[in-house]
Design a protein around this ligand. Structure first.
Ligand code: PLA
Length: 452
């Protein structure tokens, strides 16, 4: 190494320069050695193994990996019921008409620019998002004690909220439902929280384990964070009734537990935006604090636009202002500021009464189609005389049915029928159509009548 003796520095003394020259002369023969040692260094191109050679191949994501496998299957009858993405009766992805109109408006507006948004995102979008989830007449909004930041869809909103809590909230444990969306534990662990579960689903009734839920939340240390699926629980499709929500609220408030709502399916469960937001509004109405992560992926079909919002309802506008200032410190080093296009589409639709009404109709049509798929699948199994009680297909709500099929049955259906779903037996009803129901029913009938 000669760099320490470099004589190129203009500040070096004549004697330094002489020593440098002498050293270069003495080591002249090793110049090429120097070069080869550069080439052989761990990150150089020529020789040697990769510095990443020790890595093992990571498994595909349990949900998104289903689509990867589906895409590789050449079968003409293949069916993807893995990821929760809406399909039309023709099995095609859907861009809502109202979204097309909003985009046209945006394109026609020549004054629109592509500057960075502020760290908190599009301010009008944030206001409208808070109104959509909390209700236009929400006292919390009126009293200016809600802070809302635009985030990268539901996932980004959960992550930002998680990191904010890990940094600033006194309790670092978050309780999530057993089972839950597979990404929840990863998001919150990486955000710096400790993840624990509370009982939620009872496999024997394929319904809610309400007693277990109350016991587990009742035993959680005071102040713990509790993740609640606002509606259309993923993966089970089982939601508490409004009376049960009220009991959950009372219990949580009495123990000072912090509600963190994940609202990924507003409008998809019942077809009504207001009905699906009710549990959240019950918690906000009592004057207490909570967090809400919203996604527009499903209800506006804006999956790839990655548009969502995190709202934190506080006790006073003063606190809300300081919370927002700290949220900015979480966001800035993470992705600096959110994207502009998706949020602009949402703002155009939410601010215009006609477009808003049109959206609610399209949303209802999607929810209704899913409900009709439930009925058709249930009927198809009944006419086949498939053994077992399949009534949960019509009782469960939202995008998914938690069939009760086990991993072996699922893999049999994939191998023999080219039907793709997550290994826990969850099927996306939104991926089904009248044409594909018989194929799915045949597959379920087959696995239910033979030992796989
Ligand atoms: N929360 C829940 C409960 C979800 O089911 C999903 C998406 C999200 C948040 C995040 O969605 P977003 O970031 O796209 O807004 N769950 C899907 C897709 C639909 C996925 O796994 O990413 C699912 O198939 O479960």
């Amino acid at each position: 190494m000669t760099t320490e003796f470099s004589s190129s520095s203009s500040s070096s003394s004549p004697s330094d320069r002489r020593i440098g020259a002498l050293l270069r002369h003495l080591t002249a023969g090793s110049d090429s050695d120097n070069l080869s040692s550069v080439y052989a260094s761990p990150t150089s191109g020529a020789t040697g193994g990769s510095v990443f050679a020790h890595l093992v191949q990571a498994p595909e994501d349990p949900i998104l990996g289903v689509t990867v496998a589906y895409n590789k299957d050449p079968s003409p009858v293949k069916l993807n019921l893995g990821v929760g993405a809406y399909r039309t009766e023709e099995g095609k992805p859907l861009v809502l008409n109202v979204v097309r109109k909003a985009e046209q408006q945006l394109i026609n507006d020549r004054t629109r620019i592509k500057e960075y948004l502020p760290i908190v995102g599009l301010v009008e979008f944030n206001k409208l998002s808070a109104k959509l989830i909390l209700g236009a007449d929400s006292p919390a909004i009126r009293e200016n004690r809600v802070t809302t930041v635009e985030c990268l869809s539901g996932t980004g909103s959960l992550r930002v909220g998680g990191e904010f809590l890990a940094k600033h909230y006194h309790q670092k444990t978050i309780y999530i439902t057993q089972p839950t969306w597979g990404n929840h534990p990863k998001i919150f662990t990486l955000a710096g929280l400790t993840v624990k579960t509370y009982r939620y689903y009872d496999p024997s009734t394929r319904g809610l384990n309400f007693q277990g839920l109350l016991e587990d939340l009742g035993a959680a240390p005071p102040g713990s964070i509790v993740l609640l699926h606002a509606c259309a629980h993923n993966p089970t499709g089982v939601d508490p009734t409004i009376q049960q929500w009220e009991q959950i609220r009372q219990l949580m408030r009495s123990k000072g537990l912090m509600p963190f709502f994940d609202s990924a399916y507003q409008g998809f469960a019942s077809g009504s935006l207001d009905t699906d937001a009710k549990p959240i509004r019950m918690f906000v109405a009592d004057g207490g604090e909570c967090l809400v992560a919203q996604s527009y992926a499903k209800n506006m079909g804006l999956y790839g636009e990655r548009v969502g919002a995190l709202s934190i309802v506080c006790k006073s506008s003063d606190v809300a202002g300081r919370v927002e200032s700290q949220l900015k410190l979480v966001i800035r080093p993470m992705y600096s500021s959110p994207p502009i296009h998706g949020a602009s589409i949402v703002a155009v639709i939410l601010r215009d009464r006609n477009l808003f009404n049109e959206w609610t109709l399209e949303l209802k049509a999607m929810a209704d189609r899913i409900i009709s798929m439930r009925k058709q699948l249930f009927e198809a199994l009944r006419t086949r005389g498939t053994p077992g009680d399949w009534s949960h297909i019509i009782k469960q709500i939202g995008m998914f049915t938690f069939t009760g099929l086990n991993p072996a049955q699922v893999s049999y259906m994939t191998k023999e029928y080219h039907i793709y779903m997550t290994s826990d037996g969850r099927i996306s009803m939104a991926g089904l159509s009248s044409k594909t129901v018989p194929h799915l029913a045949d597959a379920i009938h087959a696995v239910a009548t033979k030992t796989v």
